[in-house]
Design a binder for this molecule. Structure first.
Ligand code: GLY
Length: 596
């Protein structure tokens, strides 16, 4: 029987809730390419998983010296600023989700970058209203950084060890040097023209003869060591927001040779990391702790899970083609609707009080949206709800300590090497997070919109004149999953711009619906529906057969090449039933887990 006919039959069966899985030719979506895969790490008391083994090792060593999960995570962040500078660091922002066992509470600390007070709503457009070329580079796109403020604040509240001890591994590595990792070398090469434009970036990432640092070469960053020393001497983080570093940062943003920004000293001085009320949802009997706006990640993920849970649990394994297709069709349907709601509603709640936050997760809303998501006659044509720019460089790390405190942090400078400009003398690149705002209003109105005709105002560059501080909508999605006793069990998250949401959702579904092991869930190939054509990862399954089957069901498939072949970089830790700690790093990148 030709495959498309089989799928037409399958489509009819799936319209019946709980209907039996369809009979399909077994060879259809044979898992043809088994890479990339990796194995998890298990240790007796503590665990870190991050985008680089040096960072995970630094975090584990801090815990073995008596530090807790917050101390360890800050050591990881500092080391990643050095070995993965293309993704996060002092020049960027972060969301920290932390479960503290002493108070048995979940904390969500928002260190997102902010719009400067003099930023103009039209700053990314020319006189005709067209988007300026190369807005990713230069000072215009730099948001007021929040990473130093956030880590200073959470460390002051929960850390055990002195900051000087926590930052020591990164300071030592910055001075002694380390072999350039593959991801960093790829980043320098791919962003060569942007980095070369700015003298401080040229001086840091290129040899004197102009050659970029290559994979495996020894790389030192004494300027970053200096920044970290300043931090160790001023644990409040104030050194970053006023004084010589702040002046150098402002000069780079305002006086650079390309796309000067408007940030002023008061923007830096007024920056505060904010504790927000975390959000949570339930899936298959588990509580999922997540981050609220200004990231869209938590609400959108919980909406997708809520929609999925209105359907009966699929029985079987994802190695069975029929099960896999039913699962992916449902996931895509739920994601399509949740992304339409995301586009319509989510942004900075401090500037858009009408954001319905928790209403999007109420059972009656989920029920109404489930009817739209799983309508067998639904027109699955996607409608773009986002601006043209979505970030692709960000990092996630997860930590669990000996007591069981758990931390899940996603940290970013937005694009690869952010805006491309290093702060001279301080050794770190600045973000270009302001490109996470919608640079244009959405016109025509959003299809599948919960409120027809609503424009994407909540994430626009509009703010009250002279009032700085609006935070661009993010997709970052740090998650903590609780066990059935209500104790933190799994910390997980990923980079990937708005694909973060689908990546983390997929991992959770592999764990909670299909009971995969932690590493197996990370290895599993990914599919994204961002209310756009479906994006299918290229390994691990027969992409062409899968695309054909999904097209038969009414889905449009994005051509290869419109998205990165390797999607996401998930780093996760888990407390096993016997109390040991498991860590898993995404095999798609340089990451590693390390425990003690
Ligand atoms: N910079 C990626 C995000 O915030 O979603």
């Amino acid at each position: 029987m030709p495959s498309f006919i089989a799928f037409l039959i399958a489509g009819a069966l799936w319209a019946t809730p709980g209907g039996p899985p369809p009979e399909l030719p077994p060879e259809m979506i044979t898992r043809v390419v088994p890479e990339p895969i990796a194995e998890s790490v298990i240790a007796p008391t503590c665990m870190v998983a991050s985008a680089h083994p040096l960072a995970s090792r630094a975090g584990a060593a801090i815990m073995q010296s008596g530090g807790n999960a917050v101390d360890a995570a800050l050591a990881v962040q500092a080391m990643l600023s050095l070995v993965e500078p293309e993704s996060s660091g002092p020049g960027g922002g972060c969301f920290i989700l932390y479960h503290d066992l002493a108070s048995d509470s979940l904390y969500a600390l928002d260190g997102r970058e902010e719009l400067p007070r003099s930023a103009d709503v039209d700053m990314f457009r020319d006189a005709e209203g067209n988007l300026l070329p190369e807005v990713l580079s230069g000072g215009l796109s730099v948001g007021v950084p929040g990473t130093v403020a956030a880590w200073s604040r959470i460390h002051a509240r929960f850390g055990k060890l002195p900051l000087s001890q926590v930052l020591a591994p990164a300071i030592a590595a910055a001075e002694a040097g380390f072999p350039v990792p593959a991801d960093m070398a790829r980043g320098i090469r791919s962003q060569r023209s942007r980095l070369e434009r700015f003298a401080p970036s040229r001086a840091l990432y290129f040899h004197e003869n102009g050659d970029p640092y290559d994979e495996g070469e020894l790389f030192r960053n004494p300027d970053l060591a200096r920044t970290l020393r300043l931090w160790a001497a001023d644990p409040t983080g104030g050194f970053f927001y006023r004084g010589p570093l702040a002046e150098a940062l402002l000069e780079q943003v305002r006086d650079n040779p390309f796309r000067a920004g408007s940030m002023v000293g008061a923007d830096l001085e007024d920056y505060r990391a904010v504790f927000r009320q975390p959000i949570s949802g339930h899936y298959r009997g588990r509580t999922i702790g997540a981050f609220p706006p200004p990231t869209s990640g938590g609400i959108t993920l919980l909406e997708i899970l809520g929609l999925m849970e209105t359907r009966p649990r699929i029985k079987g394994a994802l190695t069975d083609d029929a099960v896999l297709l039913m699962h992916l069709d449902r996931l895509a349907r739920a994601s399509r609707i949740a992304f339409a709601d995301r586009g319509a509603w989510l942004g900075d709640p401090d500037f858009s009080p009408e954001i319905p936050m928790r209403d999007l997760l109420k059972p009656e809303f989920i029920k109404a949206r489930a009817a739209a998501a799983f309508d067998p006659n639904a027109d699955l044509t996607p409608a773009a709800t986002e601006g043209p720019l979505t970030g692709s460089h960000t990092t996630h790390f997860s930590v669990v300590d000996a007591e069981g405190n758990m931390l899940s942090c996603t940290s970013t400078i937005e694009y690869i090497f952010g805006c491309g400009m290093v702060v001279p003398g301080y050794g770190f690149p600045l973000n270009n997070e302001l490109t996470d705002f919608n640079l244009f209003p959405s016109d025509p109105p959003i299809a599948n919109d919960a409120v027809p005709g609503l424009r994407e105002r909540s994430n626009s560059l509009e703010a009250d004149p002279g009032r700085g501080g609006k935070r661009p909508r993010s997709s970052m999605c740090p998650i903590i999953v609780y066990d059935t006793q209500g104790k933190p069990e799994i910390a997980v998250g990923s980079p990937g711009g708005s694909r973060i949401i689908g990546t983390v959702t997929s991992v959770l579904l592999c764990l909670l619906d299909f009971e995969m092991g932690l590493q197996e869930a990370l290895n599993f190939p990914r599919l994204h529906c961002r209310n756009r054509p479906l994006e299918i990862e290229t390994f691990g399954w027969n992409r062409e057969a899968l695309a054909e089957a999904l097209e038969t069901l009414g889905w449009e498939i994005a051509p290869l090449g419109r998205f990165p072949l390797l999607q996401g970089d998930v780093n996760a830790v888990r407390i096993l039933p016997d109390g040991r700690r498991e860590g898993a790093a995404d095999p798609r990148h340089d990451g590693g887990a390390f425990g003690g």
